[in-house]
Design a binder for this molecule. Structure first.
Ligand code: PEP
Ligand code: MN
Length: 346
């Protein structure tokens, strides 16, 4: 931590700053410039961050040297992490292709959609059994029955499944049915939920909150990691913007930035980011171009009857056409869509 003192700090104030820092149990290294004096603090970065340093008279600014997300940071782990979702690898050159409807619906429909997306090359099947809806009167999901339907459809077609958990009391149950736990945008800072998910052995798909900064997202990942669960995949799904031309503001730059700041895989969700099927293909490819480790897309065989998010769903045929392009893009960047059986082409 570095303290920058005010230009008009008196000798008494400078001496007091050094004394307070030492009383807090840290070492203080004074460096006097022509216009400013700075104080380098040596001590545990977490403790110095907690100390009320800015409140000491004469202190103008406090600058941390290390990021607060120490486990999620690339400093802690320079190589890309690879997350394993029941045999499907994500990160370090492996792409997650997550597809499925917004909500889990009736078994026959889930079976049809799973069959179609698997044939196109999706490697993880999705669907929400517990839906965090803006309105309490909107469809809330099929609950545990939905978890069963999702797992059956996914596994029948050779795909692990991911589904959202919205209640810390449901974490254990959802972890029994699902290969990966999704923590949605609305719950990105539900610290109790993050902590509970961190105690499981299931990988976590952590979506960026709609008003969350990149640092907020990485700090939320830190909650999961700090519980001993190292299997976290981040997801950019758009943030609130001023323009309602698209559902959210798709922040692709954040994806490129996260790749620099963190070793964790990050995927993109152009479905929720744009809310418009006509924009999803271009935005999916843009995500891969900036380094995303996968693409999450909502697919429905009859969007006009979908229980939620129908207007943004791609038809299976549209997903199939996009997948052809995404696979070409993967090849261009020397990445591969992970499958259960890694076939080595010799
Ligand atoms: C979803 O994946 O269906 C969902 C609700 O996502 P988000 O949390 O990003 O809105
Ligand atoms: Mn949705």
């Amino acid at each position: 931590m570095i303290l920058i003192l005010r230009g008009d700090a008196t000798e008494e104030q400078i001496a007091h700053v050094v004394k307070r820092v030492q009383e807090m149990g840290f070492q203080a290294h004074l460096s006097r410039g022509t216009h400013r004096t700075i104080v380098g603090i040596i001590g545990d970065e977490d403790q110095t961050r907690e100390a009320p340093l800015r409140a000491i008279p004469g202190v103008a600014d406090v600058i941390p040297v290390l990021p607060p997300y120490k486990l999620a940071s690339r400093d802690a782990h320079p190589r890309d992490s690879i997350v394993d979702v029941s045999g499907i690898k994500i990160g370090g050159g492996y792409l997650a292709m997550i597809a499925g409807p917004c909500s889990v619906e009736e078994p026959e429909r889930m079976d049809r959609i799973a069959e179609a997306v698997a044939a196109s090359g999706a490697n993880i099947f999705r669907g929400g059994a517990f839906k965090p809806r803006t309105s309490p009167y909107a469809f809330q999901g099929l609950g545990e029955e939905g978890l069963r339907i999702l797992r059956e459809a996914g596994h029948k077609h050779g795909m692990p499944v991911v589904t959202e958990v919205i209640d810390p009391r449901h974490v254990e149950m959802v972890a029994e049915y699902s290969d990966m736990l999704q923590i949605g945008a609305r719950n990105m800072q539900n610290f109790v939920l993050l902590t509970e998910a961190g105690k499981t052995h299931r990988p976590v798909l952590l979506k960026r909150g709609m008003s969350a900064t990149v640092a907020d997202l990485l700090m939320s990942a830190e909650y999961v990691l700090s519980q001993g669960n190292s299997q976290v995949v981040l997801c950019e799904r758009g943030v609130k913007g001023f323009d309602n031309a698209t559902r959210n503001l798709y922040d692709v730059a954040a994806v490129a930035l996260v790749k620099r700041l963190s070793h964790l895989p990050i995927i993109v969700d152009p479905s929720h980011a744009t809310g418009r099927p006509d924009l999803i293909p271009a935005c999916a490819l843009a995500g891969l171009a900036v380094g995303a480790d996968g693409v999450h897309i909502e697919v429905h065989d009859c969007p006009e009857v979908a229980k939620s998010d129908g207007p943004q769903a791609l038809l299976p045929v549209q997903y199939d056409a996009l997948m052809v392009k995404m696979k070409a893009m993967a090849k261009l960047f020397d990445k591969q869509v992970s499958t259960h059986v890694e076939v080595s082409i010799g």
